[in-house]
Design a protein around this ligand. Structure first.
Ligand code: HEM
Length: 342
């Protein structure tokens, strides 16, 4: 660096310090360190000294209507930045990475959960067309929102070096558009899920037994369950409450300062949105595993809507009994008997 550049930089830093003090002094929120002696030679103060000196919210006076512009320094902003750059990444790595490790270990130890009695060849309707539509509406939008959201948080570190700036910019622009617009059908999916499945997800005594017996995941038993077992009820309520919280905080971010009017409120919404989304992604990874690779016969429930009768008797014995007794709105397979695998 030449001597001239150095001199210019010093002069600039000094001018900025003097300017900041001039704005902050009269009518400004009193800085926490207001009694601290002023630097004797402001022109030589470094940026760090400036920050150390100006603790607390530093506000000036402005004449434009948007009073938010009067805030010169908001110290929570630095904590927020630290959270965004460091803490959130750790939460993501532990929640998502940890869940992937758990699933790989679980698969290695337990393998695919088979239908103990083997497929019976007869099927029973598990989900009707509308239920499957609602599921896949929520599922596909969640997956795209999850991938594009991860890109917003971690793409710059993980993908930019691999893709290069041009491809990463194009992908991120499309990703952001998708992230904004798919929020609406995702929210609709959550609301519809709540309406169609809430009555089957009220916790009850059978859920206690299901947990006590490890849900049949630990060991090889089949604790009785109604239409949804206790594990599925956890998934349902996570989706409804967690997905609902993601939607609410997401709309707060999409329409800044409309529903929440303070900067700290916006920062909190951003933090909650990121953390809840990461925890949800981890939970849904476990759900996707058990609904596809992890359990024989499970995917059909959301594929064709028809599941093998033996699968249903093993995993949802009380529900099969209800269907057979005609107390449920589902078609019973002809010639099929109640619980107990064929
Ligand atoms: C490729 C992705 C997915 C697959 C393969 C999948 C598979 C399944 C299957 C097979 C069922 C029925 C289970 C049964 O018959 O008992 C189901 C139910 C359900 N799914 Fe998914 N799903 C996926 C993604 C999602 C996503 C992203 C969400 C929410 C954000 C979701 C939410 C639900 C809920 C709330 C239920 C009912 C409760 C339960 O069975 O756990 N699914 N899914």
């Amino acid at each position: 660096m030449t001597g001239l550049t150095r001199t210019l930089r010093r002069a600039f830093a000094g001018t900025m310090l003097a300017l900041a003090l001039a704005i902050a002094a009269p009518g400004a929120t009193t800085p926490a360190h207001a009694q601290a002696p002023a630097p004797s030679a402001p022109a030589q103060a470094s940026e760090q000294m400036l920050f150390n000196y100006l603790q607390g919210d530093v506000r000036g006076r402005i004449t434009i209507p948007d009073q938010r512009a009067a805030t010169l320094i908001q110290p929570e902003g630095r904590e927020f930045q630290h959270f965004w750059r460091t803490t959130l990444k750790w939460i993501g790595a532990i929640a998502v990475g940890g869940m992937l490790v758990v699933l790989v270990l679980f698969y290695a130890m337990r393998g695919k959960i088979r239908i103990d009695g083997g497929p019976s060849g007869r099927t029973i309707e598990r989900f009707n067309g509308f239920e499957r539509f609602v599921h896949w509406l929520t599922a596909t939008t969640f997956i795209v929102l999850g991938i594009t959201g991860l890109n917003i948080s971690f793409g710059r570190e993980l993908l930019l070096p691999l893709m290069g700036p041009e491809a990463f910019t194009t992908w991120s622009q499309w990703g952001k558009l998708a992230h904004n617009f798919l929020a609406f059908p995702f929210t609709l999916g959550i609301l519809l899920m709540l309406v169609i499945w809430i009555r089957d997800n009220i916790p009850g005594a059978t859920d206690v037994r299901w947990f006590a017996e490890g849900g049949g995941l630990i060991g090889h038993g089949h604790p009785p369950a109604r239409r949804f077992n206790a594990g599925q009820k956890i998934i349902f309520w996570s989706v409804v409450l967690g997905g609902g919280a993601i939607a609410v905080t997401g709309f707060i971010l999409m329409f800044p300062f409309q529903f929440v009017t303070t900067m700290s409120g916006m920062q909190l919404a951003t933090q909650l949105h990121g953390v809840i989304a990461l925890v949800m992604i981890a939970i849904i990874l476990a759900h996707i595993y058990i609904g596809s690779l992890g359990m024989e016969g499970a995917f059909d429930a959301m594929g064709s809507g028809q599941v093998d009768l033996n699968w249903a008797k093993e995993h949802h014995s009380l529900w099969v009994e209800e269907v057979m007794a005609g107390s449920r709105d589902a078609r019973a397979p002809t010639g099929a008997r109640g619980a107990g695998a064929d």
